[in-house]
Design a binder for this molecule. Sequence first.
Ligand SMILES: [Zn+2]
Length: 240
Amino acid sequence: MASKIISKKKTNKKPLAAIQQLPKDLLIEVVASIASQSFHDVHNMKICCRDFLKITEEDYVLQKICLDSFPLIQWFPNEKALSFLKRCMKSGNVEILFREGFRECFSYSNENNFGGLDKLKTAAQKGHKEAIYMYGMILLCSENLDSRNQGLEYMRFLRKSKNIVSSRNKVHCLSKSFWKNNKMSMRRQTHLCNFKETCKGWKPKEGRWSFINDDDDDTNLCEFCRWDYELEFFYQLFNI
Ligand SMILES: [Zn+2]
């Protein structure tokens, strides 16, 4: 009976021992990949054993960790959460950079709009999708040709990778969490499409009811009308 219990204990330890035998770099990569999908999964790993706890404290993991379960504005901040977010910021977490930029550009609590725009730009350059959407759309609002062209580059990248709907949905969701104060952008006085009178325009693919998925986007129609359509959505979102 005693030997049976001993062998059962050994069996229970095996999966943990196997993952612990991974080279540290690889283990960090695995944990970072989990962290980028779910904060709660990483939290569960943390309390699982001391080795995992150490790995989850690595800068690389904190850089990637998903912060979807944290509100954009900590209305009821607690020290533990603030200290964790501070560590993420220090590690170079791009989501935090994006959120700071987002708040600074459009909330009442900040006056530093241009600092906010720089943060959005940096996060966009690091490949953060929602930052690409925000920064690209702010640039598209501009009548300045260089800014407009840069905005087009960002938005084309997002369109090609079929990430427009998911990005605008997340931005929409975050924008509901504070009173918006737009001092950043103005409505364009001209359409991006120069041939509005004769252009056939843009609409979702034939047979689709509305634009709710990137696959609904008819890329054969006028690209500039497509961005004029997106601008209308953006204007409404931020009271522009
Ligand atoms: Zn057009």
